[in-house]
Ligand binder design. Structure first.
Ligand code: SF4
Ligand code: SF4
Ligand code: SF4
Length: 217
């Protein structure tokens, strides 16, 4: 049986987004020009041709690099299993303002990430907080405030024979920073393309910390 060569019909990079980019009320951070900006980036670095030339004579759907962007921690576009995943996020700060112990923040936090201490007021458990940005809205006193909006960035998720969940980079990145990380990730993929096929394979070549630093620089 002859196997169909899809080089001309399948794009080397597929961008998937959640409904947040077209108006979901849960969207914390979105950018209407996201698809257009990704297409411009792919075209500028000639990703389609260079990637296909190096991957295989026969280009199939599973060879594609997937970029998946969701605009809130609900992550409807499944960024955890994409080569590059984005999750809309809003980090928070606790201010010096007096806490009235109204407990509104505790009630709104789905992650049980806030505890109220008698003297200090709210304490955020960083390991539980998903940067969903809900508690600043509930705190009328301004004790908990929003500090930064952008995307959490995940690298190296994939399905297939050996599925892997993506690793999350530390921090939250604004739109420009996020686009730079995507570009650097794709360029790294092209540079190492003879040895690796997916972003997940980069972890075989680079230490995780070193890889993340390369993507941020
Ligand atoms: S990830 Fe969040 S913003 Fe995007 S569609 Fe799902 S609920 Fe809406
Ligand atoms: S940002 Fe969201 S997850 Fe984090 S503490 Fe506030 S409500 Fe909870
Ligand atoms: S931090 Fe704000 S919402 Fe939470 S208990 Fe104090 S005043 Fe109420």
């Amino acid at each position: 049986m002859q196997i169909e060569n899809n080089k001309d019909t399948i794009k080397a990079c597929l961008t998937e987004t959640c409904m947040g980019f077209s108006g979901c009320p849960n969207a914390l951070f979105s950018e209407r020009s996201f698809h257009r900006d990704i297409e411009k980036l792919l075209s500028r670095i000639n990703f389609d041709k260079l990637f296909k030339d190096q991957v295989s004579e026969i280009f199939r759907k599973h060879h594609r690099v997937i970029i998946s962007a969701s605009c809130c921690p609900n992550a409807c576009s499944r960024p955890q299993i994409a080569d590059i995943g984005l999750i809309g996020a809003e980090s928070i700060d606790v201010t010096e303002t007096q806490c009235t112990f109204c407990e509104a923040c505790i009630k709104i936090c789905d992650e049980n990430a806030i505890t109220l201490e008698k003297t200090r007021g709210p304490v955020i458990q960083e390991d539980k907080c998903l940067d969903c940005g809900k508690c600043p809205l509930s705190c009328l006193e301004g004790k908990i405030i929003s500090s930064q909006k952008g995307f959490r960035v995940l690298i190296g998720g994939k399905l297939g024979r050996h599925p892997v969940l993506a690793e999350e980079m530390p921090g939250i990145y604004n739109y420009e920073e996020t686009m730079r990380i995507i570009e650097k990730g794709l360029l790294l993929l092209l540079k190492n393309n003879k040895e690796i096929k997916k972003m997940a394979d980069l972890f075989n070549l680079y230490d995780k910390k070193a890889l993340f630093e390369m993507l941020i620089q």
